[in-house]
Design a protein around this ligand. Structure first.
Ligand code: SF4
Ligand code: SF4
Length: 323
């Protein structure tokens, strides 16, 4: 009789489950899927990054679902931060006491798992908009473009699927994972220093993972600019943290770094950004809600989007401080 220890059993189960799962994904061959677990154990950063990039490149769901079936997203950026990074406790002060540490959201999802914060990793990614989507909104000043609203609606649906895909792959490979913003516990709370905020911020996870800093309008400026969306997963796996190549949370914004620009304030359609008061979240939310009616007129029920501050500005597609 052959006895399998728990680790070998998990590994064997994970390989067959992952193979079955990946077999349905365009662009994947079973031979690749069969080696998925070994690749993850030997170089987790590279394996996770390739999962995220390959899924974005090959999934038919990366689409704004217009007649041309244009892509929503270019190749992602990927970064990692440790579950024991002190920055996550600092977020309780900067975002609100309700903002989860990686350990808190992991334990909410896996109450029976014994885990230490240093055993967890936050995996974060940036999905950059395509040039066609950015160019469409760049020309506009009042109503957002149809492509932008489609990208906000269908592109974010793809982002949700990417979060689940990554969490499923990791969990099946023996590394339990949770998608914080899809957790049943995720919610908006008041009582933070900037009013309403969520229990997990994708942009703050990205900042912690070395992917960018905040601009005058609060958007995250990355190496591929600010016309982006972010996603993240918390997993019980050790991955080396990505260095944060900045000391200041506004390092990539021209206004804070050099005292110039302010174009996001000029472009803002809702008077929600100013050099004096930075970003007014309530005014921004009101403006975004007004676009719902316009989205419905376009036949995009449930869609909305603004984003004038993300296009036609120096930080749209690059870090302007290093440009
Ligand atoms: S448009 Fe200018 S001021 Fe606004 S976030 Fe970008 S770099 Fe900063
Ligand atoms: S999303 Fe719209 S309303 Fe909000 S800051 Fe940007 S341009 Fe202004």
């Amino acid at each position: 009789m052959v006895l399998l220890n728990r680790r070998r059993f998990l590994k064997a189960s994970a390989q067959s489950a992952t193979a079955a799962s990946l077999a349905g994904i365009p662009g994947f061959r079973l031979s690749e899927a069969a080696s998925a677990d070994d690749a993850l154990e030997s170089n987790p950063a590279a394996r996770i990054e390739s999962w995220i990039k390959d899924y974005t490149a090959t999934s038919p769901r990366n689409s704004i679902r217009n007649s041309e079936n244009e892509k929503a997203w270019e190749e992602p950026l990927v970064g990692f931060s440790g579950g024991d990074d002190p920055i996550f406790k600092q977020y309780k002060e900067y975002v609100g006491p309700f903002h989860w540490t990686p350990l808190e959201i992991f334990q909410l999802n896996y109450p029976n798992q014994s885990v230490k914060e240093e055993e967890l990793t936050v995996i974060s990614w940036i999905l950059p908009h395509t040039e066609a989507i950015k160019a469409d909104l760049r020309k506009r000043t009042k109503e957002p473009s149809e492509k932008w609203i489609r990208a906000r609606l269908y592109g974010e649906q793809f982002n949700e699927e990417l979060r689940k895909y990554l969490a499923d792959n990791l969990t099946q490979a023996g590394h339990p994972a949770v998608v914080p913003i899809l957790s049943q516990h995720f919610k908006m709370e008041s009582g933070g220093p900037y009013g309403m905020a969520s229990t997990w911020s994708e942009r703050h996870a990205a900042y912690a993972s070395g992917l960018g800093t905040f601009g005058l309008c609060d958007g995250l400026i990355t190496a591929k600019g600010k016309a982006i969306r972010c996603g993240s997963v918390v997993a019980k796996i050790k991955v080396p943290a990505t260095p944060r190549p900045y000391k200041d949370h506004h390092a990539y914004c021209l206004y804070y770094a050099k005292g110039v620009c302010g174009m996001c304030a000029e472009r803002c359609a809702g008077n929600a950004v100013s050099k004096e008061n930075a970003h007014d979240k309530n005014a921004c939310m009101r403006q975004c809600m007004t676009t719902m009616r316009y989205a419905t007129e376009l036949g995009l029920e449930g869609g909305y989007g603004c984003g004038f501050c993300q296009t036609g500005v120096p930080c749209e597609s690059q870090n302007p401080v290093q440009a």
